[in-house]
Design a protein around this ligand. Structure first.
Ligand code: MRU
Length: 335
């Protein structure tokens, strides 16, 4: 069986190297980042993306901030932490990782620059390593719900590119592949930025998984024809009541799955569960630039000056979720 051999984020001495995801699938390019402001820009531009991966990149970003300025006073670190957190507001993994870095720094209270750097690099590496392990556990837990030959719809990109390991929803698909379950995977394009078409279709075909790309509006027709056994998606944030914040379009898929009585599974690591927020309605939803809709990846496809509304994420209410697949266990949903 073919194995993917790339990593979304890699520590390279005093910097990180990411795969520039805006260049995929036609160009596989790395980008080395040794300035925390470059990391912020890469997160904003979605060069590195996916909830766990941006948390990992931001955690390294804090170590890099200290490394580049050779400065480790709390005021400077706090400032860098606030800037990193603001790069994308919706995925909780980013603020979770930064808070964890800052708490570690404060509790260790390192005296000098060398020990501050040691503490920060080590904590970022721990976050990275733990995410890798969580992905493995999600994969094993989730694969227990998938049968030989099942047909699965997945959305956006939740794989190696989006995490520190094999992925969340895609981690389950990779694990099933390893178990020779011969599943057929339908990947939604995921408008407007095509994470499904550009990234997931690319990832899965690298290892020879049976993948079929569909336009987002094809999912319902496949469900109606009894072609789909389950839907598995990732999450950017899961609130205390079980609402799921994920890529725009997730809600529509969940409604379709309910209509056709198809299980709708959400796969996410513990770091995606937000214990501070009660419901999805409290979460800030990032809005993207109109040009991502009007100009997409090529020519302008709309009238000039058209008003655009482009939220990057939506909220799927808990009532539409069959199960939550986490690194620790499988939790029942409300559907
Ligand atoms: O805007 P993106 O591409 O960062 O959105 C990513 C998603 O919505 C993923 O489903 C989510 O982050 C989970 S990734 C394991």
């Amino acid at each position: 069986m073919k194995q993917a051999n790339f990593e979304s984020v890699k520590r390279t001495e005093n910097s990180i190297t990411i795969i520039n995801q805006t260049r995929l699938p036609l160009n596989f390019e790395h980008k080395q980042l040794s300035d925390y402001k470059e990391i912020i820009n890469s997160i904003k531009r979605l060069e590195v993306r996916g909830a766990p991966a941006i948390g990992i990149a931001a955690a390294y970003g804090l170590a890099i901030a200290v490394q580049q300025k050779q400065q480790c006073d709390l005021e400077y670190l706090n400032r860098a932490a606030v800037e990193l957190k603001a790069s994308r507001p919706t995925a909780v993994n980013l603020s979770w990782a930064i808070d964890r870095m800052m708490n570690k720094f404060k509790s260790e209270n390192p005296g000098g620059l060398d020990s501050a750097l040691e503490v920060l690099w080590a904590e970022a590496e721990a976050i990275h390593e733990e995410d890798k392990k969580m992905c493995e556990h999600i994969g094993t837990n989730g694969a227990s719900l998938i049968n030989q030959g099942d047909h699965i719809i997945t959305y956006c990109n939740t794989g190696i590119l989006a995490t520190g390991g094999i992925g969340t929803a895609l981690g389950i698909i990779y694990t099933c592949h390893k178990q020779n379950k011969n599943n057929k995977i339908f990947v939604c394009e995921t408008r407007p930025l095509l994470q499904g078409a550009r990234l997931t279709a690319w990832e899965l075909s690298q290892v020879g998984i049976d993948v079929t790309l569909i336009a987002d509006n094809t999912a319902g027709a496949l469900m109606l024809k009894n072609e789909i056994s389950s839907v598995i998606v990732g999450a950017d944030r899961i609130t205390k009541n079980g609402d799921v914040v994920n890529k725009i379009g997730t809600y529509s898929l969940a409604v379709l799955a309910e209509k056709h009585n198809i299980p709708f599974y959400v796969a996410a690591p513990s770091s995606t569960f937000d214990n501070q927020s009660e419901t999805g309605s409290e979460i800030e939803i990032e809005e993207r630039q109109p040009e991502e809709i009007t100009n997409g990846f090529g020519e302008q496809t709309t009238p000039s000056d058209i008003r655009v509304f482009s939220p990057a994420f939506d909220i799927t209410p808990k009532e539409l979720i069959s199960k939550y697949i986490t690194d620790r266990s499988i939790l029942p949903g409300k559907r």
